[in-house]
Design a protein around this ligand. Structure first.
Ligand code: AMP
Length: 462
């Protein structure tokens, strides 16, 4: 196909749509837009597997604005898992809507319901979270009897967050004749079931595996225990400056981590669900505008983060679910940009890493932290203990050769019982000693050793 044919101009779109796209400098459709706009324009129900950053939003916005008329009530609704995503979708919709003279509105909790109520009568396009949408429907302010488009954005996330019943409740109060479009980064069985229940012979599109697993993102892991995560992070921040999005698994630690980073002089802020909506929006905007370059976030708060030049995504805590991993790393490498995703994995978390690799059907490569950053590395015996809780050291003796029995006797003086240590590969004045983790710090202090070296075992290579 010639380059020219791939342009939006060749897609027989409305002049208003084309001028809207021109105004935001979109020339060529992305992969998902190329594949989905045409069947969607024909009125098909759509089930599309596409990750965020692929241009999925416009793949439903364009067909919607080509069709809706305005001035007859709400004709299109997009349900999103989070407020941020609702805001984001509405913002992009507004850009197209203004060229069609169509009013759009974002509906989500934590912002003035009265303003939303006031705007609704002249609104044709709504993007919202299920809770507030239901609230406004119950109050009678949001009527969906004229609805032609029902979009579920990031459907897998919505189901994970327990929105299934809410979606069904809203869906059951819309006209039978409508076009449904479902977007999801992953397609677990429950999504397929939902689609089968409501959709009419949908066109199914699955982007290539590369798109799902974030083409353009190089993926790595760092083998590190809790004790040294901050040090590893500081090494990255100091040695590879960029725009960082860091994920922590809990709201509390998100805050603590951002505070600790600030103590070390990094311009870090946190984003989590305990913050007010206006504080969340303010932080997001600062990150977008480049006023802060380190954002520490939970999974939920990160939905809808639409910042194109995030260079690094760091999983400070490895996500418990493979899907969250896909969503997280999708925040970098957007469109054709390059990004790096780095996951911290402790010895007890290796199984999560393996599960993610199985899901992606690709290997995540190991990254060695070579240079220290401003937070110093500390010895972490726990991380280097084997499955039996034993830590190994290579040693050399300073007084010539010794028998195993002599060594055991000497170690006993340091409070290490024979059953707490194993001496291996004893040759002349060298060998290996394995000792219980709780007493490992005594080994480097023993005066009969000339040198000792911790064997930094990678839990994965055991
Ligand atoms: P999305 O996956 O919808 O969140 O889109 C990711 C980013 O790509 C957003 O910032 C969009 O504004 C941008 N984008 C989407 N489609 C195009 C396009 N065809 N050309 C240029 N940028 C685009």
């Amino acid at each position: 196909m010639s380059d020219d044919k791939q342009r939006f101009k060749k897609m027989s779109l409305d002049r208003d749509t084309l001028s809207a796209l021109e105004a935001i400098d979109f020339e060529k459709p992305t992969e998902v837009q190329k594949k989905s706009i045409k069947p969607a324009l024909k009125g098909n129900d759509m089930i599309v597997q596409a990750r965020t950053g692929s241009g999925k939003t416009h793949s439903f916005l364009i067909p919607i604005f080509e069709d809706i008329e305005g001035d007859k009530g709400v004709e299109a609704i997009v349900l999103t898992p989070t407020r941020e995503l609702a805001q984001q979708v509405e913002k992009e919709a507004r850009n197209i809507g203004k060229h069609h003279d169509i009013n759009t509105l974002a509906i989500y909790g934590g912002s003035s319901i009265n303003r939303q109520i006031k705007q609704l009568p002249k609104t044709s396009f709504v993007a919202g979270t299920p809770g507030r949408v239901m609230d406004l429907m119950r109050r009678g302010n949001l009527k969906l009897d004229k609805l032609s488009f029902f979009v579920l954005d990031e459907a897998d996330r919505m189901l994970d967050m327990g929105f299934l019943e809410d979606i069904q409740w809203i869906m059951s109060r819309t006209p039978k004749e409508k076009q449904i479009m479902l977007y999801s980064a992953t397609m677990p069985y429950k999504i397929v079931k939902l689609a089968n229940e409501y959709m009419n012979d949908p066109v199914e599109l699955k982007l290539s595996e590369d798109d799902i697993s974030a083409k353009g993102v190089s993926q790595h892991y760092v083998s590190v225990g809790r004790r040294n995560k901050l040090s590893a992070l500081s090494s990255l921040l100091d040695n590879e400056p960029g725009r960082y999005l860091i994920f922590s698994n809990t709201r509390k630690y998100t805050q603590i981590l951002a505070d600790r980073l600030r103590n070390y002089g990094y311009k870090a802020h946190s984003l989590h669900g305990d913050m007010s909506q206006s504080a969340r929006t303010k932080t997001m905007n600062k990150f977008k505008e480049g006023k802060i370059d380190i954002l520490v976030s939970t999974d939920v708060a990160s939905r809808g983060i639409d910042v194109d030049d995030i260079t690094h995504v760091v999983n400070y805590d490895i996500p418990k679910y493979e899907k969250d991993y896909v969503h997280r790393i999708g925040r970098t490498g957007r469109l054709d940009k390059k990004g790096k995703a780095i996951t911290f994995v402790s010895r007890d978390e290796m199984e999560f890493l393996e599960r993610i690799e199985e899901f992606l059907e690709s290997e995540i490569t190991k990254l060695e932290i070579e240079e220290e950053g401003r937070v110093k590395h500390r010895v972490d015996y726990h991380h280097h203990a084997d499955l039996f809780g034993m830590v190994a050291f290579e040693f050399s003796l300073n007084g010539g050769s010794m028998t195993r029995w002599d060594l055991e006797k000497k170690m006993k003086k340091y409070g290490i019982k024979p059953e707490e240590a194993t001496i291996k590969d004893l040759k002349e004045d060298e060998g290996i000693v394995e000792v219980v983790e709780s007493k490992a710090e005594r080994i480097p202090r023993m005066d009969f050793f000339d040198s000792v070296k911790l064997l930094e075992r990678d839990p994965r290579e055991k």
